[in-house]
Design a protein around this ligand. Structure first.
Ligand code: SF4
Length: 257
């Protein structure tokens, strides 16, 4: 059986279908090197699932503790060579906004808990898999009856003026489809967390998005099988790490057609 298509590949397809092709060929396709302050901020945001506001716990102190722990654990989590001076500078950058973050996030905490983080999901039936940042559980009861599950993703870029980006909505839809398959319930909404801005945005997941995710899954499968997709007219080619190879492919193709 073929490996399921990762939800992150659907996201990559939305950026540019050709990136999926080059990734399948073993090329590095994400342009940005991992940004340490974003990695630290993500760990701090994930830790909110452990915050218990009852009893007057101090959110800012909790976030600062999370940041200290993330600073210590990051080299182990990512197993990369991390320059200690760079890590310190990144922690200082996150530390500068933590106080602000605490006051902005306080009213939104109810949206994020109780929750589980870093959940790996897979459905061989649907041919999809992925790791969702957080799944929030709302409602009462032990079983799925009367409960609502809400997938949530953490974004370390800036939020759009209103709502969420379409590609993020589709990615959340992918996680929702996988969660529904595992839990046998319906999921109609998702969340996007923007920790740098201290915002959490809720988004409705539409039937048309479910259809779109499944069609993209089929296209990603075909690309992984060797099909070279067309270059989209609006592809984000500036700074693309596979630009040279991609232009060569276009030249070769135009020789034959
Ligand atoms: S160079 Fe442009 S078309 Fe080619 S893979 Fe990169 S973004 Fe896509």
């Amino acid at each position: 059986m073929a490996e399921p298509v990762r939800i992150s590949d659907i996201y990559l397809y939305l950026r540019c279908p050709r990136l999926v092709y080059f990734q399948a060929m073993g090329r590095r396709v994400w342009p940005e090197a991992a940004n340490l302050s974003n990695l630290l901020m993500r760990e701090v945001a994930l830790s909110l699932s452990e915050f218990e506001p009852e009893g007057g716990a101090d959110l800012e102190a909790f976030l600062r503790e999370s940041l200290e722990r993330a600073k210590f654990e990051l080299p182990t989590i990512f197993r990369d060579e991390i320059n200690p001076a760079d890590l310190l500078a990144a922690a200082e950058a996150v530390g500068e906004v933590v106080g602000d973050l605490g006051s902005k996030l306080s009213p939104n905490l109810g949206l994020l808990s109780p929750s589980e983080v870093d959940l790996e999901l897979r459905s061989d039936r649907l041919g999809l898999s992925g790791r969702v940042d957080r799944v929030v559980s709302r409602g009462k009861g032990d079983g799925t009856k009367g409960r609502e599950l809400i997938p949530s993703m953490i974004k370390t870029d800036r939020p759009p003026e209103n709502g969420v980006w379409r590609s993020d909505r589709l990615r959340l839809t992918g996680y929702a489809i996988l969660l529904e398959d595992r839990m046998n319930l319906r999921i109609d909404r998702g969340l996007v967390e923007y920790p740098w801005a201290g915002e959490v945005r809720e988004v409705e997941l539409r039937s048309s998005d479910r259809r779109r995710v499944l069609r993209i899954r089929d296209r990603v499968r075909a690309i992984n099988g060797g099909k070279l997709p067309d270059r989209p007219r609006d592809a984000p080619c500036t700074g693309c790490p596979v630009l040279d190879s991609c232009e060569t492919r276009a030249t070769l193709a135009s020789k034959f057609f």
